[in-house]
Design a protein around this ligand. Structure first.
Ligand SMILES: [Zn+2]
Length: 250
């Protein structure tokens, strides 16, 4: 796959003279108009050739998922893992643009036919304030720019957890996700088709709860779009580690 040249301004070129652009995965200096170095780009492990149902859980906590569809671009390993971890801070921002361009092809929503709005899994506001950055939102906004589909922030919100998600067992994670997210807006989503963006899909607990809340707001359809899916090829029900914790509990 070749790199599409992204939209960059002339100022990006001059800024690059002062702050050289770095590959979000390996931090090597790259061209000002590139998003990833060639070596890292060729090392990305795309999820391809399988229906989405084959890599996402059929049941989440014993029930059918609340979302209607889920797609992820890469397995969470190697280059993709490095790039997503660097997306936790501003160093990896270009990877969000790169992933957005790629997932458009997968979602086939570039004509806006299959979705009305884009939103993202929320981060707790104090954490976002402290970090100044929410990678799920950055990815969602990049997808909005790519597709022309409106990004709507703050439909959902995140309560502060007493215990960090990565300190919880599997059962507790599902219970925790149930109480962590809540509706944050009086906006009706009646009849609307929503794309819910996140950086990593792990157990599905978060995506499931957020999708249910969006449906409670009236959404007709929720499609989850994640940059990475933890590698569950050997065991469909495997949790894949503490990747949600890496993002949210940081
Ligand atoms: Zn690289």
């Amino acid at each position: 796959m070749t790199l599409n040249r992204p939209r960059f301004l002339c100022s990006d070129f001059f800024l690059d003279l002062i702050y050289p652009t770095r590959c979000p995965a390996c931090m090597r200096v790259i061209g000002w108009d590139m998003q990833l170095c060639g070596e890292c780009e060729s090392g990305l492990e795309y999820i391809e050739g399988v229906p989405w149902q084959a890599i996402f859980p059929e049941e989440i906590n014993g029930e059918a998922p609340s979302f209607d569809r889920a797609e992820a671009l890469f397995y969470y390993s190697g280059t993709a893992r490095d790039a997503v971890l660097s997306l936790k801070n501003r160093r990896g921002v270009r990877f969000a643009d790169y992933a957005a361009k790629r997932i458009v092809e997968k979602l086939a929503v570039d004509d806006g036919d299959d979705a009305d709005i884009i939103t993202s899994v929320p981060m707790h506001r104090s954490k976002k304030r402290k970090r100044g950055y929410d990678q799920a939102e950055v990815f969602a906004r990049a997808l909005s720019r790519e597709t022309g589909i409106e990004y709507v922030p703050d439909l959902l919100a995140h309560r502060k957890n007493k215990v960090a998600q990565h300190e919880l067992g599997m059962e507790e994670r599902f219970t925790s996700a149930d109480t962590t997210y809540h509706i944050n807006s009086g906006t009706s989503l009646k009849g609307r088709r929503v794309i819910l963006c996140d950086d990593i899909f792990t157990t599905g607990a978060t995506a499931n709860v957020c999708s249910r809340l969006l449906k409670d707001m009236g959404a007709e359809k929720v499609t989850v779009a994640a940059i990475c899916r933890t590698d569950n090829r050997s065991d469909k029900n495997k949790s894949g580690g503490d990747t949600s914790a890496e993002r949210r509990e940081g």
